[in-house]
Design a protein around this ligand. Structure first.
Ligand SMILES: Nc1ncnc2c1ncn2[C@@H]1O[C@H](COP(=O)(O)OP(=O)(O)OP(=O)(O)O)[C@@H](O)[C@H]1O
Ligand SMILES: [Mg+2]
Length: 228
């Protein structure tokens, strides 16, 4: 089952009279249960690609399918719907609300989605992430590993098919990084696709597959080494 399918995907920006080819004909697929890391030097197009897959922006050309739906030409309102129904997000900065409790932070997406998640789903998710017993603590009292666990729980609460993680281990110690990796592997076993942009080579090495970007194109590992 394909969760992401990109066919000759292009994103061009215009800067004055100049055209910046941020993505210049990218082809790849990510299946359910796969963990894929995307790496590449600054300016290679990682954020541009993440933004397209996150349904935050439209491609200039090509086709992008998320969970079978062609999102290439969708309008803002439809993109928001696809995003809510399919994608959970994890960020390096966590983006949690420090004064709210663990449970309140996890419930936040439900406020935006205008629906209430059953207590059982919330409790199961907390348990799964090793946060049982901490649900009523304000997030500001947690260490950074627990904060990232809360943000993973929040990403999972609406049963996404895809998790998009932007530098998820950037602010974490190695030990916690390994624990997050274990969590990712468990999620993948349940069929969730995980797409990670990272400079953390150890994390990337533990993915099922690495996509190397260079000047808006996917290159082989050997080619990418030429630039290091
Ligand atoms: N809104 C924009 N307008 C014009 N050019 C842009 C815009 N966003 C990105 N670019 C250009 O597109 C190219 C790819 O940028 P992108 O941010 O995707 O790279 P990146 O791989 O995420 O880099 P980094 O590792 O620094 O985060 C760069 O040349 C960048 O300057
Ligand atoms: Mg970037």
């Amino acid at each position: 089952m394909k969760i992401i399918e990109a066919i000759d995907l292009k994103k061009y920006y215009t800067r004055g009279i100049e055209t910046v080819k941020a993505l210049d004909g990218v082809n790849f697929e990510i299946s359910a249960g796969e963990i894929v890391a995307i790496v590449g030097p600054s300016g290679s197009g990682k954020t541009t690609l993440m933004n397209l897959i996150s349904c935050l922006d439209n491609a200039t050309q090509g086709v992008l399918k998320i969970n079978g739906t062609d999102v290439t030409h969708l309008k803002e309102a439809q993109l928001i719907k696809i995003r809510r129904e399919n994608i959970g997000f994890i960020f390096q900065q966590f983006y949690l609300i420090p004064t709210l409790t663990v449970k309140e932070n996890i419930e936040l997406p439900s406020i935006f989605a205008n629906k209430k998640f059953p207590a059982e789903i919330i409790n199961n998710t907390l348990k799964q992430l090793g946060l049982a017993g901490k649900e009523n603590l304000p997030v500001k009292m947690l260490n950074s590993g627990d904060k990232q666990r809360v943000s993973i729980a929040r990403a999972l609460i609406d049963s996404p098919r895809l998790i998009i993680a932007d530098e998820p281990t950037g602010k974490l110690e190695n030990k916690v990084r390994d624990e997050i990796l274990v969590i990712f592997k468990e999620l993948a076993k349940r069929g969730i696709a995980i797409f990670i942009a990272t400079h953390d080579l150890e994390l990337a090495a533990n993915a099922d597959r690495i996509i190397h970007l260079q000047d808006g194109k996917i290159v082989s590992k050997a080619e990418s080494d030429l630039y290091e």
